[in-house]
Write a protein that binds this ligand. Structure first.
Ligand code: ADE
Length: 418
């Protein structure tokens, strides 16, 4: 078996951490038990490009238990947990191509190594497998059954491809499942982003001004968790509806330039480019801390910050100091990459349980249904989404009521009025 990981001697530590995550992934565990018995994925090759974490390891093990052949590479050069990669290779015989801190060349060679396994189903977090197939391996792309996409940024790219008529196979937007984005994006990003900031800096949030750029599901999570720790939170948002929602949630809402003057900690979660740029750096206080929790490291214009600086140095793990020409210092966390995965461990297992339950069921669905799907972007079938919610509630020991027959009838009728 070919693979490329940092050090196989880390495997035992990885195994323990994978088991620790598994305790908090009951829905995925139930799916794994069924997969082990029925082998619904027999004969299916899955190529996955995901953050190589303990939670992803549990997904890979589940797919393998279902009879799939899987190969895994990283969806970000800084998010790989090397001990997890080692354990997947050593204990589970799953080919992994990922080394934390890999450069761009080896990042793409690892993507190509996964594509060399000729997957029937691609599983992306940010559409890198699909992009590479469409730009460099088009003949192979024609033969792929279907893809699954984990994140908002990837779904946006794929919808643009579908609209331009260039998408070569159907893709299921796992991100859009309710049991994914309402929980993972909000509670997962909210908690893990602050976890990353705190592990990197150990700053006190209480009483500080935290500026959150973007008020989508992820931004909402970050803003509410920062407030929960006593920070004064400002939201910067360009969409009027979302901005209004932030106002009604009690956040201060302002333009980026005004917020730049007041902020102690800046967090970008927009999915867009150069959200923090020279005009903001110019206004920031000495000691301002910047980080990003959006998918790509484009949200902070690091080249512009570098241009304004007369020096830069690493002052702590995951913290770089930029000394500006006027003497102010600005601190950048984790190279502007996803701070929750680069400086912490990503979202906790309990929330990834639902995201990855979606992924596992979507592979099964893709195997059964790909012949009937068009070359476009689909949502996760609603019945799968609801089943995952039901299983999650059951795993938490919660019971919910059913509608009475009278209530069902009332909801489906139009004759009854005042
Ligand atoms: N994305 C965010 N958190 C993650 C995690 N823990 N594992 C995989 N992908 C993630």
């Amino acid at each position: 078996m070919e693979y490329d990981v940092k050090d196989l001697s880390l495997a035992q530590e990885g195994r323990l951490r994978i088991e620790w995550a598994e305790r908090d992934m009951p829905v995925l565990r139930m799916i794994r038990e069924r997969f082990e018995k029925d082998k619904p994925l027999k004969g299916t090759r899955v190529g996955a490009c995901l953050h190589v974490t303990t939670e992803t390891a549990n997904l890979m093990i589940t797919l393998k238990a279902g009879g799939a052949k899987v190969a895994l590479c990283a969806s970000n050069p800084l998010s790989t947990q090397d001990d997890v990669a080692a354990s997947l290779v050593k204990h589970h015989k799953i080919p992994v191509f990922a080394v934390r801190g890999e450069d761009k060349k080896s990042y793409y060679s690892h993507i190509n190594a996964v594509l060399d396994s000729q997957p029937h189903v691609t599983m992306d977090d940010g559409a890198d497998l699909i992009s590479t197939l469409h730009s460099e391996r088009r003949e192979q792309a024609e033969k792929v059954w279907a893809g699954a996409e984990e994140t908002t940024t990837g779904v946006i790219r794929l919808k643009a491809m579908a609209e331009a008529g260039v998408l070569l196979y159907p893709v299921i937007a796992v991100n859009n499942a309710m049991t994914k984005h309402l929980f993972d994006n909000r509670f997962g990003t909210g908690q893990s982003t602050l976890d990353g900031v705190l592990r990197a800096t150990n700053i006190l949030l209480a009483g500080r001004r935290v500026v959150v750029f973007g008020y989508g599901m992820c931004g909402r999570g970050v803003a509410s968790r920062a407030r929960g720790m006593g920070a004064n939170v400002t939201v910067v948002e360009t969409d009027p509806l979302r901005a209004l929602e932030a106002v009604m949630e009690g956040f201060e809402v302002s333009g980026g330039a005004a917020a730049a003057e007041k902020g102690d900690l800046f967090i970008t979660v927009t999915g867009d480019i150069h959200v923090l740029r020279a005009e903001h750096f110019r206004r920031m206080k000495d000691g301002a801390v910047l980080c990003n929790s959006g998918h790509f490291n484009v949200e902070i214009d690091i080249p512009a910050l570098e241009k304004m600086s007369r020096g830069r140095r690493r002052v702590r793990e995951n913290v770089e100091e930029f000394l500006l020409r006027d003497g102010r210092r600005i601190y950048l966390l984790a190279d502007g990459r996803l701070v929750n995965l680069a400086a912490a461990e990503g979202h906790p297992a309990s929330v990834m349980d639902m995201s990855f339950a979606n992924q596992a069921l979507v592979v099964e669905y893709a195997k059964e249904s790909h012949r009937y799907l068009e070359k476009t972007v689909y949502d996760v079938p609603e019945e799968l989404d609801r089943e995952i919610a039901r299983l999650k509630l059951a795993s938490m020991g919660m019971e919910i009521d059913c509608l009475t027959r009278e209530q069902e009838k009332y909801l489906s009728s139009w004759e009854m009025g005042t």
